[in-house]
Design a binder for this molecule. Structure first.
Ligand code: TXA
Ligand code: MG
Length: 323
């Protein structure tokens, strides 16, 4: 499927002009591609919700190009926020803070808090700095579906809805930013990502709670059990379960496994052996899910990664993809 490829561009000036005119534009970040719109333009923000098919009460992340902009959007900023920003920005970390009163409730889904991050991708930073103000930027996919990690992924999903897709090649991280809530008495991780709870805890010299689904009270779309979901049904299996299923299933399936394809398995079954380290796994994850989806099989069998802190963000995405 190669549609709307004519929207893909590397022209920064054009992209800035379109944003200033109130259009929505996809842009690369180090995590996933975002669906950008002027964060001070309510009509443009509304277009973002419409393009994604996202419910209005699910808030957006505001992307800034300089740390100084933080105070335009957030108030009562705790010292911990500045410590985290200094250490991890620009980078795959989103902070939840109390919002400034003038911030549109369209962005925050009616909440008093706001999500903010400064992305690391050089094109994202250049775009934000030339634009001069902040951009809202949800992942540039339809609500509930797999996030895009290339410009082509965006063209396939939302090409018709955006004015342009700024091409920044493959996203280096590959999964969405870590979200840290700093508005309560304790520091909470609402969404796991490349920056781990351990790294945050070590920097702040305090305990960090990683929120479980039940506690999260559905404040983020990432919280909805079925999210990041391919169209093909996904089964998340242990190595043993996977071997048994692969040998006995009658449905059409493909496989994502740490193991090599067994010798005795039917030749036409697509079996992909994946990286054993979480960084490479995350980098390829969404492109892999999309590739398997295109095969239009009945099932995708995925070998479950180990329950270890460095795999937490990936386990979270895989669990939701299989829900
Ligand atoms: O890596 C990322 O964060 C990417 C790139 C494009 O920057 N963006 C992204 O946006 O993943 P999105 O909209 O797909 O996910 C943002 C998450 C949602 O789960 C949203 O509900 C949550 O952030 N969020 C936004 N504002 C919030 C708030 N005030 N309180 C709690 N969660 C919030
Ligand atoms: Mg998303």
């Amino acid at each position: 499927m190669q549609t709307n490829n004519n929207k893909i561009t590397t022209d920064l000036d054009l992209t800035v002009q379109l944003l200033k005119a109130g259009a929505i534009v996809a842009f690369p970040t180090e995590t996933v591609y975002g669906l950008g719109a002027d964060a001070t333009n309510p009509a443009a923000i509304q277009q973002v919700f419409a393009a994604k098919g996202r419910p209005a009460d699910h808030p957006l992340i505001v992307h800034i190009g300089t740390i100084e902009q933080l105070t335009l959007w957030a108030k009562d900023i705790p010292a911990t926020a500045l410590q985290l920003a200094q250490q991890f920005w620009p980078g795959p970390l989103t902070l939840i803070l109390n919002k400034q009163p003038q911030v549109s409730s369209l962005i925050t889904g009616g909440q008093d808090t706001i999500a903010i991050r400064m992305p690391q991708h050089p094109l994202a930073l250049q775009l934000l700095q030339r634009f001069g103000s902040a951009l809202v930027g949800p992942s540039a996919n339809r609500y509930g579906r797999v996030s895009p990690t290339t410009a082509q992924h965006v063209a396939n999903d939302l090409g018709a809805a955006v004015a342009a897709i700024l091409d920044g090649d493959q996203c280096s991280v590959g999964i969405e930013s870590t979200i840290v809530d700093l508005t309560g008495n304790t520091t909470k991780i609402l969404r796991s990502g490349a920056i781990t709870a351990a790294a945050i805890s070590q920097l702040l010299q305090q305990d960090v709670t990683v929120m479980q689904d039940a506690d999260r009270n559905m404040r983020s779309p990432g919280d909805v059990a079925s999210h990041y979901a391919p169209l093909t049904k996904v089964l998340l299996l242990t190595q043993e379960e996977l071997s048994t299923q692969a040998a006995t299933l009658v449905q059409k399936f493909s496989v994502l496994s740490f193991q090599a394809k067994p010798q005795n398995l039917n030749d036409h079954i697509y079996w992909q052996q994946v990286a054993r380290d979480p960084k490479n796994y995350a980098h390829d994850l969404y492109a892999n899910l999309r590739k398997h989806d295109q095969l239009q099989n009945d099932l995708l069998l995925i070998e479950r990664p180990p329950y270890a802190p460095e795999w937490l963000a990936i386990l979270d995405r895989l669990t939701r993809a299989s829900a």
